[in-house]
Design a binder for this molecule. Structure first.
Ligand SMILES: [Fe+2]
Length: 556
C-alpha cells in the first residue's frame, strides 16, 4: 500500500507518550501489583511450546490503552492433568516482556498449563478467532489452566529447515497505517519510543540470527524488504539479510509492492525501470543486477520458485501482477518435472479464501484474480507443488484453494511489527511442519507489544492467527529430497535451475535469474550459535547507541 501518501494525510499519528515506555527505563513503582495480560501460545511443535505475555500497571495506561510496563518474573506450570501442575519454567530475571519456552514435551500429548508473574496468573489476549492459548477453547476461565495438545511429528526422517519471512519494510517509521483512514488519521499509526532504535532495525536484526538459531538452512523473504525502495533502505535490508548467510544460496528474495520502482531522489541513483520514464528500480539493482526479478532455484532436491508479484509500474496499492513473460517462465519451470517437490513464494496472496478474509483492503489487493486462478490451475497440474508462501497481509493465515487442493497457501506475519517473527518450515521424508516463532530479543518483544494495538486493536484476532495458522503438520511423500547434512558432506546440491521461457521482456530478459547453488555450506549450523550471539551483542549496542547519543528514531 502507499504508506507515504497515507502518512501525509494523517494528522493524528500517535504522539508518544511517555519516555517510561522505554524498556530499560521502567523504574517507577506501580501503585498496585502488575497485571499479567496478552498471554499467547505462539509456537507449538511436537516437543516444545513458546508462550509469551506482558506485565503492566493498569493505573498508568497511555493514549492507546497500553499499560506502563512493569518488570516481573516469568513462570509456567505444566502437567498432564489440571490437578497436577508442576513448575516447568522459571526465570527470576524481572521483565515486562515474558517469553517462556517449554522443551522436552511428548508428541501427541495433552498438557494443562498456567503462566504466572509474581504469582499472578496471566490472562489470554482477547481473540474470537480460534484460541490464542491452546489447541482447545479456553473454557476453564480466564486464568486457566489452559490446554494444548502437541502434534505428532511429520513421518520419516528430518531433512532440512527453511525460514519463511516477509515485510521487513526497512526505513518505515510509522506502523499500522494499513487501516488508517486518510484525512482523519483513525486508527492512528504507531511510532517507536523516542530514544529507542528504529523498530525496523530491531526486528530486521533479530531475523537472521534467530532463524539460524532455530535451525534454518535456508531463508526465503517474500517481499516488502523495504519501505519505499530507496537505495539506502534496500541496501540496508540486504545487509540485515546477509546476517543469515550468502544471498542467492543461503537466502532468496522476492519483490513486494513496496519494493517496486519509485520516482524521487531516494531511488534516483538506481537503474531506470524499463518502459517508465522517471522510475528507478533499486530492488532490481540490489537483488537482480543482471537478470529478471523472478527465478527458480534448487536446494536439497527441492525446487524453489520465486515470483515477482509486482512486476509492473504502479502505486503499489492495487492488485499484484506478473508479466506474461514471467508467467510463461513459471509454466515452463513447473512443466520440467511435475513431481519434483516444489515450494513457490511471492508477495501477494493467491487464494480466494485469502482475499475474502483480508480486512481493510482496497478493492484490488491480492494477486490479480485471473492470474491467481491460472496459477492454481498450474499447481493442480503439477503434483510436486506442496506449499505457496506469501506475505503482504502481515498476518499468519493458512488458506486452501478449491482448485489446487494439495497445496497449502501460507501467509506469514510481518517481520517488522506485532507479533514479529517468521515461520520455520521443517521438511521430513514423509511430510513437513510449519511453526511460527516470535523474535526473542527484549527490544523486539517490546516493539511487538507496543505495535499490538494495530488494526484498531484487532491484531490478536487478525494478525496473530489461530493455532493452525501458526503451527501445522502435513504428511506428504517428500522422500526424494536430500538432507542438509548430506548435502554439506558431498557438495551434492544441484546448481540453480535456469529458465526455459522464451519471449519478450525488454531490458530484463525473459529468462529467470540464475542464482548460485545451495547446500554446500557446511558452516550453516555452526553459524547459528555465532549469529545468535552477534544478534544479542548488536541489541546491546543499539541500546547503548540510542541512549548514549540521543539519536532520533526517525529515519527520514
Ligand atoms: Fe505488501
Amino acid at each position: 500500500m502507499q504508506w507515504a501518501a497515507v502518512v501525509a494525510a494523517s494528522p493524528l499519528l500517535s504522539a508518544v507518550d511517555d519516555p517510561e515506555r522505554a524498556y530499560g527505563l521502567t523504574r517507577a513503582a506501580a501503585a498496585i501489583p502488575p497485571v499479567a495480560i496478552n498471554l499467547e501460545l505462539v509456537t507449538l511443535t511436537e516437543t516444545s511450546a513458546v508462550v509469551t505475555w506482558f506485565t503492566g500497571d493498569p493505573t498508568r495506561p497511555d493514549s492507546m490503552g497500553r499499560f506502563a510496563p512493569v518488570p516481573a518474573d516469568t513462570e509456567v506450570l505444566l502437567g498432564t492433568s489440571p490437578a497436577n501442575l508442576r513448575p516447568a519454567f522459571h526465570d527470576a530475571t524481572p521483565t515486562p516482556y515474558h517469553y517462556a519456552e517449554l522443551t522436552g514435551l511428548e508428541p501427541g500429548q495433552t498438557y494443562f498449563w498456567v503462566a504466572r508473574s509474581g504469582g499472578v496468573p496471566a490472562v489470554p489476549t482477547p481473540s474470537a478467532y480460534g484460541s490464542p492459548i491452546g489447541t482447545s477453547a479456553p473454557g476453564a476461565g480466564l486464568s486457566g489452566p489452559f490446554v494444548f495438545t502437541t502434534p505428532d511429528p511429520p513421518p520419516g526422517r528430518f531433512l532440512f529447515a527453511i525460514a519463511l519471512c516477509n515485510d521487513i519494510h526497512m526505513g518505515e517509521t510509522v506502523a499500522g497505517l494499513a487501516t488508517t483512514q486518510a484525512g482523519i488519521g483513525i486508527p492512528p499509526g504507531i511510532m517507536q519510543v523516542p530514544g529507542e532504535p528504529p523498530y525496523t532495525e530491531i526486528m530486521a536484526s533479530a531475523l537472521g540470527p534467530e532463524a539460524r538459531a532455530r535451525g534454518a538452512n535456508l531463508l526465503l523473504a517474500a517481499g516488502d524488504v523495504s519501505s519505499e525502495a530507496g537505495s539506502s533502505d534496500v541496501h540496508h535490508a540486504k545487509a540485515h539479510l546477509d546476517a543469515f548467510g550468502a544471498y542467492g544460496s543461503s537466502y532468496l528474495v522476492a519483490r513486494g509492492n513496496h519494493d517496486r520502482p519509485h520516482t524521487g531522489a531516494a531511488a534516483a541513483v538506481c537503474r531506470p525501470a524499463s518502459g517508465a520514464a522517471g522510475y528507478h528500480d533499486c530492488f532490481g539493482d540490489v537483488f537482480f543486477p543482471t537478470g529478471a526479478t523472478w527465478f527458480s532455484h534448487e536446494a536439497y532436491g527441492l525446487r524453489l520458485v520465486g515470483l515477482d508479484t509486482y512486476d509492473k509500474i504502479g502505486n503499489g496499492g492495487d492488485n499484484g501482477v506478473m508479466s506474461d513473460a514471467q508467467f510463461a517462465f513459471v509454466r515452463d519451470v513447473l512443466a520440467k518435472d511435475k513431481d519434483q517437490p516444489t515450494l513457490v513464494f511471492g508477495h501477494h496472496p493467491v487464494t480466494l479464501e485469502s482475499d475474502l478474509t483480508t480486512v481493510g483492503k482496497p478493492l484490488g489487493f491480492d494477486l490479480d484474480p485471473q492470474q491467481a486462478m491460472q496459477l492454481e490451475q498450474l499447481y493442480a497440474a503439477t503434483p510436486g507443488v506442496f506449499l505457496h508462501h506469501a506475505g503482504h497481509t502481515h498476518r499468519n493465515k493458512r488458506t486452501e484453494s478449491t482448485t489446487a487442493k494439495n497445496v497449502v497457501f501460507q501467509e506469514v506475519a510481518a517481520v517488522k511489527e506485532y507479533p514479529g517473527g517468521f515461520h520455520l518450515l521443517r521438511v521430513f521424508t514423509g511430510g513437513y511442519a510449519l511453526n511460527f516463532y516470535k523474535f526473542r530479543p527484549s527490544l523486539a518483544q517490546e516493539w511487538s507489544e507496543r505495535s499490538r494495538p494495530e488494526y484498531g486493536g484487532l491484531s490478536p484476532f487478525y494478525v496473530f492467527g489461530n493455532t493452525a495458522d501458526r503451527n501445522s503438520v502435513v504428511a506428504r511423500d517428500l522422500s526424494g529430497l536430500q538432507s542438509a547434512a548430506a548435502a554439506a558432506n558431498v557438495s551434492g546440491a544441484k546448481a540453480t535451475t535456469g529458465a526455459t521461457a522464451e519471449g519478450a521482456n525488454a531490458g530484463r530478459g525473459a529468462r529467470g535469474s540464475v542464482l548460485p547453488e545451495t547446500g554446500v555450506d557446511s558452516r550453516n549450523e555452526l553459524a547459528g550459535a555465532a549469529a545468535l550471539a552477534a544478534g544479542f551483542a548488536a541489541e546491546r549496542w543499539l541500546r547503548y547507541a540510542s541512549r548514549g547519543s540521543g539519536a532520533s528514531v526517525s529515519n527520514s
